[in-house]
Design a protein around this ligand. Structure first.
Ligand SMILES: Nc1ncnc2c1ncn2[C@@H]1O[C@H](COP(=O)(O)OP(=O)(O)OP(=O)(O)O)[C@@H](O)[C@H]1O
Ligand SMILES: [Mg+2]
Length: 458
């Protein structure tokens, strides 16, 4: 389904231009006035609204405010003249996605902004869809991800969730293995039974052993009373062993015995007990590599890797970054009672080009910090990457090393356009103030603004 875009403008030229520009990729509806726009908006569900600021019967900014009151996640772009830039900048602070100045000289730039706006709309819809589905199944954890790589992993999880087979979750740190383990549990018939989780890397061998197997009174110094272990407590449910590669050789063989015999004994007891748990394991080091290196028992490996699901790193899930970021934005806005966002187009590009070596957890922390420190309003590159981390470099020039390198003139123009635009935003749309901030003489500053051309007198 092509996206639906509502273009509201009384100027024939603008309407014709957008109709031509978008005809191939979108379903365009045109409205000539505020009244017509209201009718269209009520009758259809648009992915994007392109709104002129000065309409014969309405003010575009106010009309968008009215639309957003009805649909808070509406993504909109304001079309404005140079004279009204100040109002447009203020509107961006209220949740407008972006503004474009008329007349439109740089159609490629407009297409790029529209592309980003539609991407944000998709992210909102994906999350809203997930939340709606969750409302009917409130115990399932919310897992954002529609990239092909993540879809494959989720399909595997759904396939095996209901089976009593051991599952091994492999993936780099922060990719969502814990979340996947909870999803496996929550979507299985064992959901009503316990879910016990232990990190094998975090505990000394003896402690882990007593935690898993339990012990009888007096089994060792300090064993004051008989205590059930996780294997026992997980009866009928799931036992999740995180960082399984860190398990000691002795415990590896104890675990192997439990899996083979379906029985175990508490420490200090000879009475066998029946084990009934599904085992879920996770590792951030490929377990087969550990087997080859002689650090992990091969026979145990084959017992626990009956079904192995690889949770892909975020860099292989390109389409997931903006939906995840938007999900965390909503989450922390609610948690800190704030109204930060949306992301600016430049921020979205920066998010997408960041390498995210710490995967989803790093992205989550990045958004949490930004929301915590920001008073409210749109989030730009500097809010997300204040220390000039990897991605922020891209905001200035949009040139990534591995990508196509354009000519110097083109790169400079790109930088200047972006710089002036950000400057103007910072100065609240006040051109004299922007000139002062830049240190460029005022007259000269105007010339540059004109050269940049996206800002021209109406
Ligand atoms: N697809 C997703 N949708 C929503 N939230 C996610 C997703 N993936 C991960 N998260 C969140 O990111 C954070 C890190 O995920 P998680 O703890 O599951 O990673 P992990 O692979 O277990 O990491 P580690 O290897 O460090 O233990 C958690 O807060 C989790 O809720
Ligand atoms: Mg984990």
């Amino acid at each position: 389904m092509p996206p639906k875009i509502l273009v509201v403008d009384d100027d024939r030229h603008t309407r014709v231009l957008f109709e031509r520009l978008l005809a191939k990729s979108a379903q365009v509806t045109l409205a000539l006035s505020g009244a017509e726009a209201r009718q269209c908006f009520a009758a259809d569900d648009f992915n994007l609204v392109l709104m002129d600021q000065r309409l014969p019967d309405a003010n575009g900014i106010e009309l968008l405010r009215e639309f957003r009151a009805r649909r808070p996640h509406l993504v909109s772009i304001l079309m404005t003249g140079f004279a009204d830039v100040r109002d447009a900048v203020a509107a961006v602070r209220e949740g407008l996605f972006d503004y474009q100045t008329k007349p439109f000289d740089d159609l490629e730039a407009i297409e790029a902004v529209i592309g980003k706006a539609l991407e944000l709309d998709r992210a909102y819809r994906e999350i809203d869809g997930l939340r709606q589905r969750l409302a009917s199944e409130p115990d399932l954890p919310l897992v954002v991800g529609q990239s092909p790589a993540m879809e494959r992993a989720l399909a595997q999880i759904r396939q095996v969730a209901g089976l009593d087979t051991t599952v091994l979750l492999e993936g780099e740190s922060g990719t969502g293995k814990d979340l996947a383990a909870h999803l496996l549990h929550a979507s299985s018939p064992r959901a009503a039974k316990p879910f016990l989780e232990v990190n094998c890397g975090g505990l000394p061998e003896t402690l882990l052993e007593s935690l898993l197997f339990g012990y009888e009174k007096g089994a060792f110094t300090g064993a004051g009373q008989a205590t059930a272990g996780y294997i026992e407590k997980a009866h009928g449910g799931d036992l999740f062993l995180d960082e399984i590669a860190d398990m000691s050789p002795k415990l590896q063989s104890s675990l192997l015995r439990v899996l083979q015999d379906h029985s175990y004994t508490r420490i200090g007891s000879t009475q066998p007990r029946t084990a009934d748990f599904r085992l879920i394991c996770a590792t951030n080091r490929p377990l087969l590599g550990e087997v080859k290196a002689g650090r992990f028992r091969e026979d145990l490996y084959y017992r626990i890797a009956v079904v192995a699901v690889r949770i892909p790193p975020l860099r292989e899930r390109a389409g997931d970054v903006v939906p995840l970021a938007t999900h965390f934005l909503d989450h922390y806005n609610a948690r800190f009672a704030k109204t930060c966002g949306p992301f600016t187009p430049a921020a979205m590009r920066a998010l997408e080009s960041c390498p995210w070596e710490g995967n989803v957890r790093q992205l989550q922390h990045c958004i949490e910090r930004a929301v915590a420190l920001h008073a409210g309003g749109p989030l730009d590159c500097l809010h997300l990457f204040p220390d000039g981390q990897a991605a922020s470099g891209r905001c200035a020039g949009e040139v990534a090393e591995a990508e196509f390198i354009c000519g110097y003139q083109e790169a400079r123009a790109e930088f200047e356009r972006d710089y002036l635009r950000r400057l103007l935003t910072q100065a609240g749309g006040n051109v004299s103030e922007a000139a002062r901030l830049s240190g460029i003489p005022r007259q000269n500053f105007y010339v540059r603004m004109k050269r940049w051309r996206a800002v021209t007198e109406k």
